[in-house]
Design a protein around this ligand. Structure first.
Ligand SMILES: [Zn+2]
Length: 461
């Protein structure tokens, strides 16, 4: 039994059902779970470890709902800098095909380091190509060593160019192999219930890289074991055209035809949807991983965030793969979500009614998406808010710094409005993975050197 007392926060943002923000707040934690939340004077005075966070804002740990960790190796690749999604992919597939198991392991730690320092405590990742003997295990082992909660998606591609798909045949797998490996991973790693550190997700990559048959078989397998399903949907106009031509459906209708709707499904992007498709998400419980930076970077479009929120669709935030962002900064993504939603009010959409008379999305709205929203998308009632019985996953920012000077009238909003900062502390399951601004489980300088060597080898050979 170990206990941790966190005390004297300037403000503790609970994100509970009443959205309480507690001045002078603290947490009493036992064995990785929160036992009490409240004003410091009302908490037990002693614990095995006591940390005074005077001057800090404490938030629930942020939850990243879409990423491709391996892409930290191919950020800002010159030939892919100014391309839309399909051209960007076609440029990068041959580079990714050179990755080794070590590259997956190294890039996972790089992405997790950046995520942890920017406020993320639970990351979802989507690994969908396995060159040169790579496995999802390489990423899971790295995350377990690092100490972050992981929803590891066993991605897949089976529709190569010879069968009308987008990726080269060299990076696709057989469907039999994909399903067999998926089942192996579920048995080996999947944890369920409160406090799960490693969860497996099944995630055929996109309509243009897998067959409908693999989507359907993956759904059956996931439901047999009660695990979640994830894919990219309605990301670009090109994808919509591809689906209409190949399958005779728009992307969301195609998903419905494959039994890919329900509380256990979440989609990355979902930019190109109409009002009826938003209703399908709301009615069936599909979640959305909103990735504003990637959507801007690849000129994909603006997702209808406001409409999703009004319709009661579950929405979380995702930094997306680091080759289309080109960052894994969770707080920066939160800020982008607020700005892009506001920008959209001034930009008419061809498929959605105007929303110019609606209120602006607030800093607290987007912080809610990054915490509670992400937890609901991943199906994690034990995460997303600071309440008794929930996982002890939280972050803190020291507000006494240049970047927040003059913004302390509302420190919580300052975190989003001012330039995105790094956390001072990041705690997962009651353990510090960032303490006083430093990672506790990774030697960052030597790791960066190793990562850069791996990245330059991929581009050189
Ligand atoms: Zn993606």
């Amino acid at each position: 039994m170990t206990t941790l007392l966190i005390k004297n926060a300037q403000i503790l943002v609970t994100m509970d059902d009443h959205r309480r923000e507690i001045p002078g707040g603290g947490l009493f934690i036992r064995n990785g779970f929160i036992e009490q939340v409240g004003i410091t004077s009302e908490l037990p005075a002693v614990a095995d470890e006591v940390v005074d966070l005077t001057g800090h804002v404490i938030l629930p740990g942020m939850i990243n709902t879409h990423h491709h960790f391996y892409q930290t190796l191919t950020r800002a690749v010159p030939a892919a800098q100014d391309a839309n999604l399909f051209n960007w992919l076609k440029t990068l597939y041959p580079i990714w095909a050179k990755m080794t198991p070590d590259d997956i392991y190294i890039s996972t730690k790089t992405a997790l380091a950046e995520l942890a320092l920017s406020g993320c405590t639970t990351a979802s990742d989507h690994l969908y190509l396995f060159p040169n003997g790579s496995k999802l295990d390489d990423e899971i082992i790295a995350a377990q060593e690092f100490g972050m909660r992981l929803h590891a998606s066993r991605g897949s591609m089976s529709l190569g160019t010879s069968k009308g798909g987008l990726p080269p045949d060299s990076v696709v797998e057989s469907e039999e192999e994909i399903l067999k490996d998926s089942e192996r991973l579920i048995h080996k790693y999947h944890q369920s219930g409160p406090g799960a550190m490693t969860s497996i997700v099944l995630a055929p990559c996109s309509p243009f890289s897998v067959t409908g048959e693999l989507m359907r078989e993956s759904a059956h397998l996931a439901r047999k074991y009660g695990i979640h399903l994830h894919t990219h949907i309605a990301e670009t106009q090109d994808e919509q055209d591809f689906c209409l031509k190949m399958f005779g459906h728009r992307p969301v209708a195609y998903m419905e035809s494959l039994e890919w709707v329900g509380e256990d499904v979440w989609f990355a992007h979902s930019v190109h949807v109409n009002p009826d498709e938003i209703k399908v998400y709301a009615k069936t419980g599909c979640g959305v991983a909103h990735c504003p930076s990637s959507n801007m970077r690849l000129a994909s479009g603006i997702a209808p965030l406001w409409e999703y929120m009004q319709a009661g669709v579950k929405v979380g935030l995702g930094v997306d793969g680091s080759a289309s962002n080109d960052s894994s900064h969770m707080l920066a993504e939160t800020r982008q979500a607020m700005f892009l939603a506001r920008l959209r009010i001034g930009v008419p959409s061809s498929s959605l009614p105007p929303i110019s008379d609606k209120p602006l999305i607030t800093a607290r709205d987007v912080l809610e998406l990054a915490t509670r929203g992400g937890a609901s998308v991943l199906g994690r009632p034990d995460l997303g808010s600071l309440e008794a019985g929930k996982c002890a996953d939280f972050i803190s920012f020291n507000m006494d710094r240049l970047d927040f000077a003059g913004a302390l009238h509302d420190p919580v909003a300052a975190l989003v409005f001012c330039a995105p900062q790094k956390v001072d502390n990041n705690v997962v399951a009651g353990k510090f993975i960032v303490q006083d601004g430093q990672l506790t489980t990774l030697d960052l300088p030597s790791h960066i050197t190793m990562h850069n060597q791996a990245a330059s080898r991929l581009l050189r050979d």
